[in-house]
Design a binder for this molecule. Sequence first.
Ligand code: NDP
Length: 246
Amino acid sequence: MDIDYQKILTPAGTLAEALSIFSSAGGVGANITAPLKQEAFALIPQLSPHARTAGTLNTLKWDPSTQQWFGENTDGQGFLNYLQKYTSIDIAPARILLLGAGGAARALIDVLEQNLLQPLTVVNRNVEKAQDLKRYPRLELLSYVELNRQINQTTQFDIIINATSSSLHQQLPPLDSAWLKNSIVIDLAYAHGLSTPFMDWAQSHHAKSVDDGLGMLVEQAALSFALWFDNIPDSKPVYQQLRSRE
Ligand code: NDP
């Protein structure tokens, strides 16, 4: 297929202008990434049910009939497809700790809330920014101080998902390392064959297993592709090819 798909560096606060230039130049589809997912959600009038309930989006498709962008979120389902295709993890009975409350975290929260038997625990650096997550009645929202105080008082988490952008800045979230022991750790960041700082940290504190965000990256992209071209691609060979290049 003859597709022109490129990165456009768009500073926060300038997405509306960037999208207008892009559509005028013939752009018909786009992915939105950190830190613009929530900014995109606030701008786009036509939204899929997924994007609407998550309050964030990562995929845009130009609708020629309305001359407007349509917003979808493929991150949450992409994450579930990653778990199903590339791991043996059964999330339904798992006790899960999710770090972060930005665009990616919110997409995951939306699907996890529908698929977990146990309440989901979410921790964010700035808890005030995440207050609206209390709309999920079973969700437990904590600050890192509150969470770290509970170490040794409550059972460990089966799975810890790092949905913060800390790895992109070579930082670690202020999580007590004792939480990591024996947990399955997934960092949504992808480090092109290298471990992210969070993965290295988890490994050195006896996590049960660590993985990066490549599987989710491929799966959310496959779902974006399906929206644009009405054709779901065979994603597993893409994943295998990218892994083999590392
Ligand atoms: P956002 O900018 O929307 O959100 C960033 C989040 O990270 C906020 O919750 C912020 O907390 C938190 N954060 C940033 N730095 C730190 C830190 N040092 N310590 C603790 N918390 C921190 O980003 P996105 O949600 O779009 O992306 C998050 C991550 O997910 C990125 O690494 C991105 O690459 C990855 N991602 C991967 C995908 C994949 O397909 N594999 C898809 C989408 C995202 P606060 O609110 O307190 O500032």
